[in-house]
Each structure stands twice: as structure tokens, then as C-alpha cells.
Ligand binder design. Structure first.
Ligand code: ADP
Length: 596
């Protein structure tokens, strides 16, 4: 049943319409035909019955005399004449009071089948018989109340039935014609209804495929027309919604791009951890700070990147973060190259789609920390450097005071004077830095012979070089006249040669060259010392910068010399730079404009 319903439901509308019309026509025609047939048979049957009663009644009355007089010939004549009066009288016969046939009209003898088939039993009776393919209505009438016999008349119903079947045939023809017309009409109606529906379906499909301008032409104002109009309105609404959605999507994408650009342009690292502490998002700065790629970090727990010494500390911070405590703190992480990075971490707990996450901003303060450390080292270094000459001076002065030998006393006092000069130099350095800070250097330009400047400077440094067993060589071109401030030039060159000795290896060399270049004189100081790493080469010219804070004490110094030298050279129109290889040595060069 269900599958039948499913079959019917899935049929096309046109087919359904045709089937429905056929069904209705067949039903109407079938029911009317049936009732008409029954009614026709009934009324014709009644008429036949009435006629039969009249004939049998007449026969019964007319046969009394011949029966009583036993005049069989008259009786035979009576039934023959009665049979001949009407075409549909099939037979006539008369029985005696014992049911024996007295006379009959059958040519081939009285059929046994008719015996006692419809006894009158004192009153009229009728019965429909099927004799030899003919429907016969047998009507019996008692003669003298049945005391002397009964008269039977057989009337044919065949003609009635023929009339009825003719009328049925006609009705079938009419029904078939109606069904045919009905099919044609319903097919035409179906086409009229379905065509716009098909158009609607095609438009809906087209619309569904993304053609938002797909519309149906509204040609009529019936329900289908209204449906088409509703579809068009709906399509218009959907188009507006889709366009709005697209605009919103574009806005969201633009905003996202904008935020992405801000986030990736940030020098501070920004990252998001999930509720378990695994990286979900990192910006470019996190990559730059840590050296790790996105693929190294995403999905990894942040704890894997914390150095052992900081693990306990970071566990406590993580627990605080989970309790919703938000505060910035300093920590260290292990970068991909194995170095430790100092960070300031500031995180916030956020809720995304009902899940707790942690957004954090990190600031790389490794350099600041290093500079801070260096500054504090330098302060203690400078204090130490300032105190050392005082101790030396005090020692020599005390010894000199007790010394009677004048030449020895002078020697001690000279040494004390040198210590004083050293201290004076240091104070000069510091003063020059503070002057440089305020841009108050005053340059007295003159033509300076660089050969003379180099000689003077080398002489100043030779005692120190000898102490470290370092040889200083010079290779100078002729006529090295520069336009410069002699004092500042001596200062800058002294710093370079002093460093070349200070950061050299025992038994090493320092080579000083001076060459003419285009409009300039180029002076280089090359050493065979400890060298400078690539990353530090630019920084050595920064104020207070010393490559390794822990070795500064070993070498002494304030980290100011090169920054002052740079300032002085550049102010005079030259340039200063360094080329170096770690462990092999460095070449510091500068240029000064030639004198015209
Ligand atoms: P300092 O007083 O520390 O020498 P400088 O400004 O002269 O200060 O130098 C800064 C730093 O540059 C030094 O501390 C040292 O680390 C590095 N440096 C300078 N000259 C050389 C050199 N010739 N070889 C190696 N390192 C050097």
C-alpha cells in the first residue's frame, strides 16, 4: 500500500491529472450504468409480469369450460391462439389438478424441466427460468382456485435483456469517448498547469546554481502566477541577503587583513595558547624572537620552550593564568639556536566559542637586559678603573716620600704621574661622551700630516704593546695631508690602536696602513686578536657597548672609546667601519677628507 502511494506520489502532475480524470469518469459512468441497468430491468420486468398475469388470468378463466367438458381440442385451440397473440409468448400449457399436462404448445414434447417448476398452489406465482439459453418468466394461474388445474404462460425476457445490454454497450462507448476526451482535456490542462511550473522549477534550479538574477516570467494571475510572483520576490530578497552577506564577508576579510597586517607588523610577539597551553596562533614577531617556525610551535605546549631553571616559575604563572590572574612578568625562553631570550610576558585569558584560551604579548628585552647588565658592569668597571690609578698613585707617592734617592723619588713620582694621566684620560673620555651627548664638540680644522699623527699615536701605545709582546707595524703612503682636527684625530686613532693591542693575542701583530683614496685618506688598523662576531660588528660603535660583559674586566675599558671615535670621524666628514672574523682578528678603518 505504502509503495503504491509512493509510486502515485512520485508520478508527474500531468500523469496524475490524467489518471484522476480517467478514474472519476470510470467511476461516474460505472455507477450510473449500473443503476440505470438495474432500474431498466426492474421496470421492464414488472411490465412483463403484469402482462403475464393478465394473459394467465384470461387463460384460466377461458379454460374452465373446456376442462370441465374435457374438450381437449378447444383447450388446445385456446392455448395456440393465446400464444400467437404476442411474439414474446414462448409457450402456454395447462395442467390438471394433479399437475399432469393436459395441453401445451411445445412442438417437441413437453420439457421435463418445466414440470412442477412453478406450481400455482392456489394463487398466482411467477418465476424466472433459464431454458435453452433464453430467459423465460413463467407465470402460473390456478383454475377455479386450483381445483381443476392451473394455466402457465412463458414470456420471454430476452428482448428486455437485449435492450438493456444494448443500452449498456452504448454507455460503454459513451464512457470510452468521455475517457478519451477526458484524457485529452486533462493532458491539455496538465500542460497548461505544468508549463509554468516547469519554468518555475528551471528558474529555481538556475537560482540554486548561483544565478541570482534568474526570474520567472509572470504571465497569469492564477495561483501559479502568484507562486511565480512569490518566487521572484523571494529570489529578490535572497539576492539582497546574499549581496549583503558578501559585503559583510568582504568587510570581515578586510578587517581580518587589517588586523593580520597590524598583528604581523607588531614588533612584539603575539600568540594564543589553548586551554592546555598548546600554541594555536603565533605572529611573525614570535617567529623572529624565538627562531622557531609556525610548524615548530603550533600544537606544541609552551612548557617545552622554557629553560629548566624557569620551569617551576612558569608553572606557577600558568596556574595563576588559569585562575584568571593577569599580570606581566619577566621570564626566559630557549630559542631555536639554543640561546636564552629575556622576555616580558603579558597575557589575558579570553573565551572563544565557549573555550578558554590565553592571548599573550611578549617583548624581547634580551638586548635591553644585556645593556643594563653592561651598564652596571661598566659603572663598576669605571669605578674600578678610576680607583686603580689612585691606589697606584698613593703607593708610588708613599714610596717616594720615604725615598732619599732623588732619582728614584723622581721615578716613583713619574709613575704616579702616569697613573694620574690614565685617570685623567678616563675622566676625559667620560667628559667627551657627555659633551658629545650635548653636541658641543668644537673642531679646529687644519692641514694635518697623518704620518705624523700615526707616529705620535704609535709611540703612545708602544709601551703597552711591548708589555703584551705585540709588534706594531706601519705601512704609509706619502703626502698624507688631511683636513682635520689634529687632537680629535689622535684621540680616534689612539682608541683604535689601543683596542688592537688590548684585544690582541700575546705575541700578535698590529698593522697600520694609510692610503690615498678618492678625495679621502683611508687609515686602517689591523690586528690578529680575538675578532668580533658578525652580529656585534655594528654594535661596537654604540655607547657603552662591550661585546662580552664578562670579559670586560679582563680587558678593562668603558665601552665609550669607539662611540666617541665614530662621532669624531663622522663630524669631520669621514666614515668609520670594521671588518672582522671571530677568533682571527679585526680591521678597523676610517676615512678623513684630504687637505686641498
Ligand atoms: P672599550 O673601552 O671596552 O674598549 P670601545 O668602545 O673601545 O670600549 O670598544 C667597545 C668594544 O668593542 C670592546 O669592549 C670590545 O668588546 C670591542 N672591540 C673594540 N675593538 C676591538 C678589537 N680590535 N678586537 C676585538 N674587539 C674589539
Amino acid at each position: 500500500m505504502n509503495s503504491f502511494l509512493g509510486l502515485v506520489t512520485n508520478l508527474k502532475i500531468k500523469t496524475k491529472l490524467v489518471l484522476m480524470v480517467i478514474f472519476i469518469l470510470l467511476l461516474v459512468c460505472g455507477v450510473t450504468t449500473y443503476y440505470i441497468q438495474v432500474d431498466q430491468i426492474d421496470s421492464m420486468g414488472n411490465e412483463l409480469q403484469k402482462r403475464g398475469y393478465t394473459i394467465s388470468n384470461y387463460l384460466a378463466d377461458s379454460s374452465i369450460n373446456p376442462i370441465l367438458t374435457e374438450d381437449v381440442i378447444r383447450l388446445q385451440q385456446l392455448i395456440e391462439s393465446t400464444k400467437n397473440t404476442q411474439n414474446d409468448i414462448v409457450y402456454v400449457f395447462i395442467l390438471d389438478e394433479n399437475g399432469e399436462v393436459i395441453v401445451h404448445t411445445f412442438e417437441n414434447g413437453f420439457p421435463v424441466a418445466l414440470k412442477n417448476v412453478n406450481p400455482a398452489n392456489g394463487e398466482e406465482s411467477d418465476k424466472l427460468l433459464d431454458i435453452e439459453n433464453e430467459y423465460v418468466r413463467d407465470i402460473a394461474h390456478p383454475i377455479l382456485g386450483g381445483r381443476i388445474g392451473e394455466a402457465h404462460v412463458g414470456l420471454s425476457e430476452t428482448s428486455i435483456r437485449a435492450t438493456v445490454s444494448r443500452s449498456i454497450r452504448n454507455k460503454i462507448i459513451i464512457t470510452a469517448s468521455l475517457v478519451f476526451i477526458g484524457i485529452l482535456l486533462s493532458f491539455a490542462t496538465g500542460t497548461i498547469i505544468c508549463k509554468p511550473l516547469l519554468e518555475l522549477k528551471n528558474s529555481a534550479e538556475d537560482f540554486g546554481k548561483g544565478n541570482l538574477d534568474s526570474r520567472v516570467r509572470v504571465r497569469r494571475h492564477d495561483e501559479i502566477g502568484e507562486l511565480a510572483e512569490s518566487f521572484n520576490n523571494m529570489a529578490e530578497e535572497v539576492k539582497i541577503l546574499v549581496q549583503e552577506k558578501e559585503i559583510n564577508r568582504q568587510n570581515i576579510l578586510e578587517t581580518k587583513d587589517y588586523l593580520d597586517a597590524i598583528i604581523s607588523a607588531s614588533h612584539d610577539g603575539i600568540f594564543v595558547l589553548d586551554s592546555e597551553g598548546k600554541f594555536e596562533f603565533i605572529n611573525d614577531a614570535v617567529r623572529d624572537i624565538s627562531g622557531y617556525d609556525e610548524s615548530d610551535l603550533i600544537g606544541e605546549n609552551f612548557k617545552s620552550f622554557i629553560p629548566n631553571d624557569y620551569k617551576v616559575f612558569m608553572n606557577s604563572r600558568w596556574q595563576e593564568a588559569q585562575k584568571g590572574m593577569e599580570k606581566a612578568y619577566e621570564t626566559k625562553i630557549m630559542a631555536k639556536d639554543g640561546s636564552l631570550k629575556d622576555l616580558i610576558v603579558d597575557h589575558r585569558s579570553i573565551e572563544v566559542h565557549g573555550e578558554r584560551k590565553y592571548a599573550a604579548v611578549i617583548k624581547d628585552i634580551t638586548e635591553i637586559k644585556k645593556i643594563d647588565e653592561m651598564k652596571s658592569n661598566i659603572i663598576s668597571n669605571i669605578s674600578h678603573e678610576l680607583r686603580t690609578p689612585i691606589t697606584i698613585m698613593r703607593g708610588f707617592i708613599e714610596v717616594a716620600m720615604d725615598e732619599i734617592d732623588t732619582s728614584k723619588r723622581v721615578k716613583y713620582l713619574n709613575k704616579s704621574l702616569k697613573a694620574l694621566d690614565r685617570q685623567n684620560q678616563m675622566i676625559e673620555d667620560l667628559l667627551e661622551v657627555s659633551i658629545a651627548e650635548k653636541e658641543k664638540f668644537i673642531f679646529n680644522y687644519e692641514t694635518v700630516d697623518l704620518e705624523d699623527v700615526i707616529d705620535t699615536t704609535v709611540k703612545n701605545v708602544i709601551p703597552k704593546a711591548e708589555r703584551y709582546d705585540i709588534e706594531i707595524r706601519t705601512d704609509l703612503e706619502k703626502n698624507l695631508n688631511a683636513k682635520a682636527d689634529r687632537t680629535y684625530l689622535v684621540y680616534a686613532l689612539t682608541k683604535l690602536i689601543d683596542n688592537a693591542v688590548k684585544f690582541n693575542k700575546k705575541g700578535g701583530n698590529v698593522a697600520i696602513t694609510a692610503r690615498h683614496t678618492d678625495g679621502f685618506i683611508k687609515v686602517c688598523v689591523e690586528d690578529t686578536g680575538i675578532g668580533i662576531s658578525k652580529g656585534n660588528m655594528r654594535k661596537v660603535f654604540d655607547k657603552f657597548y662591550q661585546v662580552d660583559a664578562t670579559t670586560t674586566r679582563k680587558y678593562g675599558g668603558s665601552g665609550l672609546g669607539l662611540s666617541i671615535a665614530k662621532h669624531l670621524i663622522e663630524e669631520q666628514g669621514g666614515e668609520i667601519w670594521v671588518e672582522s672574523e671571530l677568533g682571527k682578528g679585526s680591521i678597523f678603518c676610517f676615512t678623513v677628507p684630504k687637505a686641498h
